[in-house]
Design a binder for this molecule. Sequence first.
Ligand code: AMP
Ligand code: MG
Length: 400
Amino acid sequence: MLTVKTLAETKTLINQQFGPLQMGSEVTALARALNRFLALEIISNESIPAFDRSTVDGYAVISRDLVGCSDSIPAILRKTGESLMGEMPAQILKEGECFYVPTGGALPAGADTMVMIEFVEDFGAGEFAFVKPVAPGANMIFKGEDLEPGDLILPIGKRLNPADIGTLASMGLTEIEVYQQPKVGVISTGDELVPADISLKPGQIRDVNTPMLEALLQEAGAIPQTHPIVPDLRDDLRNAIRSALSTADVLLVSGGTSVGEHDNLPLLLEELGQIIVHGIAIKPGKPTIVGQIDGKPVFGLPGNPLAAFFMFHALVKPALYSLSSSQSTSEQVQATLTRAVSSNHGREEVVLVRLEEGRATPVPSKSGLISKVSRANGYFLIPRDQEGLASGQQINVVQL
Ligand code: AMP
Ligand code: MG
């Protein structure tokens, strides 16, 4: 029996059930940490920058010295030295003095602002004329302005991007503690399925889901463990599930999740573990089943590749991210719908879109052909109580 839940209810139940699960951690070289999830928060242990630093080529001065100066009454200051890159100036700037500092160089103690070289006239004999007052802190970054000791730099669970790798390098780190990648078993099931490298007999179809889920898992930062196609035989599927779970942390089975005579997964989940949700009020994706065996999450995805693709994004990816303390899986953007879309199915509906410059064009994908999905780079949901959406309406698109 299908006791159908909404997508939102399903997400809540998955959170309750699997939320407490966490991967262990391991130390990896920074050079290999791209796309891994941080297993500890990164706190600054120093001031960045470590010294008052100029953002222009110009002269460090005391802002008070320039109060009231103008083209007709310039302030004349005496140059007492130059800041060298990579060194701290030894002297302290005093009233009536200026000091040359190149971009990125350290200001001498006592100075509180920078004047760009373009606005300073060299009068000769070490005297320089300033014609415009300048506010304290102009054209410079104060010590600790970016980061003070104790500031949070990167939160636990952050998926490391190239900028994060740079940030960690700037802190002098060469190794970093990250979550272990979840190993995820992938089983496709169906009598009609054949691997891509075998020629099709009439009535057979190619297994799309195994390579597609393998790729989705790689993209999500998990380690896929694929298995041979399993026919619609309960004993075969039971053996395949047991073998997959002997090494995997999470299992994905696609196909055979519905209530038909040849749909074996629901019965096996009841036998080997527990069903959490069977049936989601969404199109496509209704015959989705979520359960657990020995405490390990098992997702039964619909055989329809489009539905499997969407359910991976909507349910599996967030669950995998949560194993590494990460919430954020996909960016959402506002966009204008370029065409009206209708829906009257009494269940939520997924609409794939091509997103370009803030405009979202629906990608028709009625028959569940996966090649259509290749054209899409986002999707949005039509709530189940809504008949459709008009052209020009604002929608929230989840980016793929
Ligand atoms: P099922 O969920 O087993 O009822 O399958 C639903 C539809 O998806 C059927 O048309 C299947 O032939 C098709 N299908 C099932 N598994 C796959 C797969 N791995 N690759 C491509 N199509 C599939
Ligand atoms: Mg089937």
